[in-house]
Design a protein around this ligand. Structure first.
Ligand code: 0RA
Length: 648
């Protein structure tokens, strides 16, 4: 540490600075990453504190404003961060909260803290990673203010006026020497606020973007509020599906140390859409709370079905999956000291939680089934149908496998295979349409790149029964080309990757709305049927450019509007004379050489790896998108025409 700092700060202060320095040294350890995700995580961290105020009943409104200069403000009408003198630290409590790592702990032992960011790191972390941050507290009739630069106070806490309000307002600008991107995304933040509104009922959450205006000169803004919480969450998720029973089943148990809340509904589709949360965090990888939910549900439904006599004619067993076909559910639990595990640290590990959730679900479901015999029968009938369909699917699958074994396990006719037999080097491109497939065949390096053209839209696995999926030509081709054996006696969706023929599987579609739709279809298929390929990181998206910019013999490509503007400026110095600009509407507009250079060559292409998170997101978007009713779908497509960027 520099000499002048040593003199200037007391021992505690040095400790503080070291704390914040640790955050700046290893930001990813605290906020996940330094890209889009981590950046938005900063905002969630502040909002979580406001939500905590709301949960204990002191706050009912949270405003998020993306300011014109790119900074962001999070304002709430909670109690306001305490400003009184903190004896032990010898400074204002406000400064302690804002500058000391985990200082929140001194306050949140009051057991008031219920929500919590993924890492629960506190606002001091946000402060450490902000180029500048300003906090304004309205409390006890006065307004207090302090400003920081990369977490360091620029003065004492100051009293700057009087007020009749209460609450906290935090404005910050992310430190661009740490983050790869500094652009807050309105839609990403909006989606999170919507999720939070469902998870925490009766809080008004507003967002406004002062950086842009629409045709009428208005700033984009959204307001979220849910009166009924999880019930409305399930309604929202199922808005494009047809319900099987009239009312949403709602379970709530707050009698134990682990409050459990569940809302669920069966619909006429064939997929399971269960979302689980711990302390407002979406546990994409599931965990013990999800296990408990499944156990409770299976146990009670199985008991009921056995006692009802409805299973007497069934010649085979019902599997766990069968109880969740066409089920949409949201499970939310609060855990005092959650242990997060797994690849993305979104899997709950605390073993005791399974019992709590199982108990809550079993008791409530038992009552529900007894009190609603008509719905109970409808559900059991659905479960029986699911079991029968699974049985039929197994037969269809076995037939397919026997056939392919008889025909010498031949590869699909449409596959243009690569010459290497080493899976570690081999790549398979799944290409939208025969024509782009043709270009890709010409453009590829055939030694290690194989091409499988797919006909237009592949089957919507969201709406199809399992046996239809296994009978579908395109899907069979994908399985056979990959060398994957599907299904076992016990688990119809088990996959064996031992004979996987390609290390990289790359989805290549047009860079337009249709293309991203097809990408979503394919990703959803992988997510639902070969999830482990995504987990192992084998699935990728190719990213074709949007523009070709040509001046004389110089050809340049742009992947977004910003790049296009930059390249234009660079080539022309602003005049735009003699420049030819081509907007690629599809892969088909590129010749094979262009496709190679921009999208296929490992030297120059930009592959995006599909992660469980963005696949899960695609899947949930997809569930919404692909339901039975057209209206919500159209609205969604119109609002998300830019959905192409799944990385967000
Ligand atoms: C520490 C203690 C208390 C509240 C807060 C922090 C608090 C932090 C943030 C961050 C954004 N908004 C916030 N609102 C409150 C408890 C306050 C008390 O006991 O009066």
């Amino acid at each position: 540490m520099e000499e002048n700092l040593k003199n200037k700060y007391s021992a505690e202060n040095i400790q503080t600075l070291e704390g914040l320095e640790a955050v700046r040294k290893r930001p990813a350890m605290y906020i996940g990453d330094i890209n889009v995700k981590g950046l938005h995580h900063l905002v969630y961290e502040v909002i979580d504190n406001s939500i905590d105020e709301a949960i204990v009943g002191y706050c009912d409104t949270i405003d998020v404003v993306i300011n014109e200069d790119g900074s962001i403000t999070i304002e709430d009408n909670g109690r306001g961060i305490p400003i009184d003198y903190h004896e032990k630290e010898g400074k204002s409590a406000l400064e302690v909260v804002m500058t000391m790592l985990h200082a929140g702990g001194k306050f949140d032992k009051d057991s008031y803290k219920v929500s919590g960011g993924l890492h629960g790191v506190g606002v001091s972390c946000v402060n450490a990673l902000a180029e500048w941050l300003k906090v304004e507290v309205h409390r006890d009739g006065k307004i207090y203010f302090q400003e920081y630069k990369i977490g360091k106070p620029q003065s004492e806490v100051k009293e700057i006026g009087t007020t009749d309000k209460h609450g906290t307002s935090i404005t910050f600008f992310p430190d661009t020497s740490i983050f790869i991107t500094k652009d807050f995304k309105f839609d990403v933040l909006g989606n999170r606020l919507r999720e939070l509104s469902f998870l925490n009922k009766k809080i008004r959450l507003n967002i406004k973007d002062l950086r842009t205006t629409d045709e009428e000169g208005n700033h984009p803004e959204k307001s979220y509020y849910s009166e009924k919480g999880l019930k409305e969450f399930v309604e929202f998720l199922d808005s494009s599906r047809e319900s099987l029973i009239e009312d949403i089943i709602y379970i709530r148990n707050e009698d134990t140390d682990v409050p459990v809340e569940v809302a669920m509904q069966y619909n006429t589709s064939y997929t399971e859409n269960v979302f689980s949360y711990v302390n407002n965090i979406n546990t994409i990888e599931g965990g013990t709370h999800l296990t408990g939910f499944r156990r409770g549900l299976t146990r009670t439904l199985k008991n009921y079905a056995d006692n009802s006599g409805m299973l007497s004619k069934l010649k085979f067993d019902i599997a766990g999956d069968d109880f969740r076909e066409g089920l949409t559910a949201v499970i939310s639990v609060n855990v005092q000291e959650p242990q997060f595990e797994g690849q993305t640290k979104t899997k709950l590990g605390n073993s005791e939680i399974a019992g709590y959730v199982n108990q809550a679900v079993s008791t409530a479901m038992k009552n529900y089934l007894e009190e609603n015999p008509k719905d109970a029968q409808t559900i059991v009938q659905k479960v029986i149908l699911a079991a029968q369909a699974r049985h039929a699917a197994r037969k269809a699958r076995e037939l397919v496998q026997r056939k392919s074994a008889l025909s010498g396990a031949g590869l699909p006719g449409k596959l243009a295979d690569c010459s290497t037999k080493d899976p570690a080097l081999a790549e398979l491109f799944l290409v939208e349409g025969d024509s782009a497939g043709g270009t890709a065949k010409q453009g590829r390096d055939r030694t290690f790149q194989a091409i499988l053209p797919l006909r237009g839209k592949i089957l919507n696995v969201e709406k199809a029964m399992q046996h239809k999926v296994f009978e579908n030509e395109e899907i069979k081709n994908i399985f056979t080309a990959l060398g994957i054996v599907m299904g076992t006696e016990e688990d119809s969706k088990a996959v064996n990757l031992d004979k996987l023929r390609y290390e990289k599987i790359i989805i290549m579609t047009d860079a337009d709305v249709d293309g991203s739709h097809i990408t979503t279809l394919i990703m959803t298929f992988f997510f639902r049927y070969i999830k482990s390929l995504i987990e192992y990181g084998n699935l990728y998206l190719a990213t074709p450019p949007l523009y070709l910019i040509r001046k004389g013999k110089v050809e340049r490509y742009a992947w977004n509007e910003e790049e296009r503007a930059e390249i234009l400026l660079e080539l022309t110095g602003g005049s735009e004379a003699g420049v030819h600009l081509q907007r690629y509407k599809g892969l088909g507009e590129m010749n094979s050489e262009q496709l190679w250079v921009t999208t296929m060559s490992p030297e120059t292409r930009k592959l995006q790896r599909v992660s469980i998170e963005n696949a899960a997101e695609a899947d949930s978007v997809f569930s919404m998108l692909m339901g039975d009713e057209v209206a919500p779908r159209r609205e969604f497509i119109e609002q998300n025409a830019k959905y192409a960027n799944i990385d967000a």
